[in-house]
Design a protein around this ligand. Sequence first.
Ligand SMILES: [Zn+2]
Length: 326
Amino acid sequence: MMLAEKLSGTPSDADDPPLETIGFHGLKAGPKLLVMGAVHGNETCGPQAIARVIADCREGRVRIARGEVTFLPVANPKAYRQNTREGDRNLNRDLRERPQPVDNEDRIGNRLTAILRAHDALLDVHSFSGEGVPFVFFGPDDNRGALEPFRHAAAEMEFAGALGVELMIHGWLDIYVRLIAARERLDLPRLAVTEGFGTTEFMRFAGGYGVTLECGRHDDPVSVDVGYAAIRNVLAHCGLTDEDPPRAERRTVVHMDDLVICEAQGDRLEGSWRTGDRVAKGTPIARRADGTVVPMPRDGFIIFPNPTAHPGEGICYLGTESARRR
Ligand SMILES: [Zn+2]
């Protein structure tokens, strides 16, 4: 593609819809919370759950007493209107500011990063394809490393644990680094580690914290209820409302620490797994194109099984019970 052509953007950029936020400012001081949905346009439980909470706030069923909450019901309007996961590309990858945006997600990113910077905490509401229980992704432990330095691990974990979902997973960027290494061994085009940076990683970079809530199947009405309950719970947890904060309950905390990569066309998942399934060491979990069985390397959990993985993609990710306990 010629540079001039690249700089002109995608053909539809003249039609780019604006981002709409709705905010409530408590009259007492408190934290600034951002709740958003439809980073992926076909994940409609976020916008629906957020609409219910906005109605609650407007009609007085929920009273924001302190702090601020900003709702961004649809983070990717182009993808949402198309009912597709992406507009031009995945908004939840390589999210950063760009002086020369070239596609829909670049242009959204320039506004979205500014919105993220203006808040202390983020709840990013998603849904998934296939079956499985709701879960929440949270970030690394406090560290001064090069990949994702962080100092709000305890607060972020409490926030994640307050949402009301039983399964909590961490280790996203570590596994992304492993995916890059695995692709390199297969001589596939190199991915940049910045590709792994989405909304929550940007939030941590900007000095706050944030979690990704996966509410359930895209088209399951229960996903909306899960999202709605989670928003109400964090409003109470952060003290924005005077409701009793949710009771601290023991959660299953999983460290995503390994993956099975698709090495060649024909490598595939063995069995029908769902994210969060506990699997014993030795259980066949994948089969190579030549028939070789890939066994579960240790007792642990299956995460993001992908029945249609292409070479260089994860067939599934693996996790173990985390040392980080809530
Ligand atoms: Zn999503």
